[in-house]
Design a protein around this ligand. Structure first.
Ligand code: SIN
Ligand code: FE2
Length: 217
């Protein structure tokens, strides 16, 4: 804990915590780019608004979603897929903004993945009560590339599980600016988000936003 204290003195709010080989939480990593990220988030959402997608089983997801990048993750009655076209606008997803790309690649590098080239960014919006059930990110082609997940707005509890859905999960509190990276032997770990608690964030109000960067193609 002495180390953590030292980190806090040199770089306020910044510290890296290992979650085992291939995974880490970078506390506060996104804060340095906060203004540029929020502006970029707005520009993405203006072009491809948040929507509640439907699972293949017919359930409306509590988390609202949109995407940017060459590919976007979508779910509907036919299944899950990556699609270059936003089914709502019938246009390409907005380009991945430069501040998004820089954040994702530098975070991946810091966590030990120096060659991350994301082509997809799923943007999630949680309102109080919204949650994400345990799942694996496995619709991507290349599992050698990690997942980079950026938390913005209200705090939440991220669940990091094992290779089986029934494995024990670790509860990881995530706050505005935190980045979690998982790859290598952890790439297919089950993960999810506990129901969001009510609250008000100084910049983002009553929501949590999450950016997940992937190399999908
Ligand atoms: C995801 O698993 O796609 C998102 C995780 C999160 O919102 O933290
Ligand atoms: Fe996921």
């Amino acid at each position: 804990m002495t180390l953590r204290l030292f980190d806090d003195i040199t770089e306020p709010g910044l510290s890296k915590e290992s979650l085992g080989t291939g995974a880490a939480i970078l506390h506060g990593f996104a804060l340095a780019r906060e203004a540029a990220l929020l502006e970029a988030l707005n520009s993405v959402v203006e072009k491809s608004p948040f929507r509640h997608m439907v699972t293949p089983g017919g359930f409306r997801m509590s988390v609202a979603m949109t995407n940017c990048g060459v590919l976007g993750w979508v779910t509907d009655r036919t299944g899950y897929r990556y699609d270059p076209i936003d089914p709502e606008t019938q246009r390409h997803w907005p380009q991945m903004p430069q501040p998004f790309l820089e954040l994702a690649t530098t975070a991946a590098e810091d966590a030990g993945f120096p060659a991350f080239t994301p082509d997809a960014c799923l943007v999630n919006r949680y309102e109080p009560g919204a949650k994400l059930s345990l799942h694996q990110d496995k619709d991507e082609r290349d599992f050698t590339q990690p997942i980079v997940s950026v938390s913005l707005g209200l705090p939440a509890v991220f669940l990091f599980g094992g290779d089986k859905r029934t494995d024990k999960t670790t509860r990881i509190p995530v706050a505005h600016g935190d980045v979690i990276v998982w790859g290598g032997p952890k790439r297919l770990r089950y993960h999810g988000v506990m129901p969001l608690k009510d609250g008000s964030h100084a910049l983002l109000g009553g929501y949590r936003f999450n950016l997940t960067f992937r190399k999908a193609a």
